[in-house]
Design a protein around this ligand. Structure first.
Ligand code: UDP
Length: 238
């Protein structure tokens, strides 16, 4: 194994990261690029769990769902994450990596049910475990599911993949003088009102001493650099 900083990681992929330039759904080229980056770190011996979102297909709080019962809309959102998980598994397999899907919702014909010991076993066997269905409960997000699974799997870090390569002093798209934080503490992030993740997910990470690295999944080599401990993204720590 190369000299990696983290041996077991929880990667949070938003549904939107799978869309590429498309307005909706899954872009094959984009998903294959993401899968190649993840396979690269798995081949280095890093154990990888992934929590995938569903925002590219359906979001419970979206305006179209505004007139719907929120819990029903959230279950639809959770089902969207299962679709993304199946697409990811398929993409991993076509790239020659072994992957398993575990879902928080019972869907036995589609994927096995989430079981912590089995998930840990898969990771130890070098299989990439994709956690689908969020937390299995409405009113939560997949960021919270990522914090939960990251803590349960005893991951050393949560890698939050975004479209921006870290946390900035201001929105870099609006303010060209904005600079990236190399690292920031949980308390500083709260004080400075830096948006890292939703409050529930953020608090769970802080309480469980699960550090977060915010990085860009679309920057080639960034994921590898993060696990090697290079200056990439923003580290949020206690
Ligand atoms: N969701 C939920 N409970 C969970 C996780 C997700 O109800 O534990 C629903 C919620 O409606 C959410 C949707 O699934 O809007 C998709 O998840 P999320 O918005 O977190 O996806 P992302 O933004 O990461 O693509």
């Amino acid at each position: 194994m190369e000299n990696v900083k983290y041996k077991r990681v929880l990667l949070k992929l938003s549904g939107e990261s799978l869309m590429g330039e498309d307005a909706f759904g899954i872009n094959r080229k984009t998903i294959m690029k993401i899968v190649a980056q993840v396979k690269e770190i798995a081949d280095m011996g890093v154990q990888v769990g992934i929590v995938v979102g569903g925002g590219n297909i359906f979001r419970g709080v979206s305006s179209q769902a505004g007139s719907m019962d929120r819990a029903t809309a959230d279950y639809m959102g959770m089902m969207a994450t299962v679709m993304n998980a199946l697409a990811l598994k398929d993409a991993f397999e076509s790239a020659g990596a072994k992957a398993r899907v575990q879902t928080a919702l019972q869907m036995q014909q589609v994927a096995e049910m989430y079981a912590r010991p089995k998930a840990i076993q898969y990771m130890e066997e070098g299989k990439i475990v994709i956690f689908a269905g969020g937390t299995g409960n409405p009113f939560f997000t997949t960021d919270t599911a990522a914090a939960l699974r990251g803590a349960e799997m005893c991951c050393e870090v949560m890698l939050k993949a975004t479209n921006v390569d870290g946390v900035y002093t201001a929105d870099p798209k609006k303010d060209p003088s904005a600079t990236r934080y190399q690292s920031v503490t949980f308390d500083e992030a709260i004080q400075k009102k830096l948006k890292v993740m939703d409050t529930t997910a953020f608090t769970l990470c802080q309480e469980r001493h699960l550090n977060i690295v915010v990085f860009s999944i679309h920057k080639e080599g960034a994921l590898k650099d993060v696990v090697l401990g290079k200056d990439e993204g923003t580290l949020v720590h206690n």
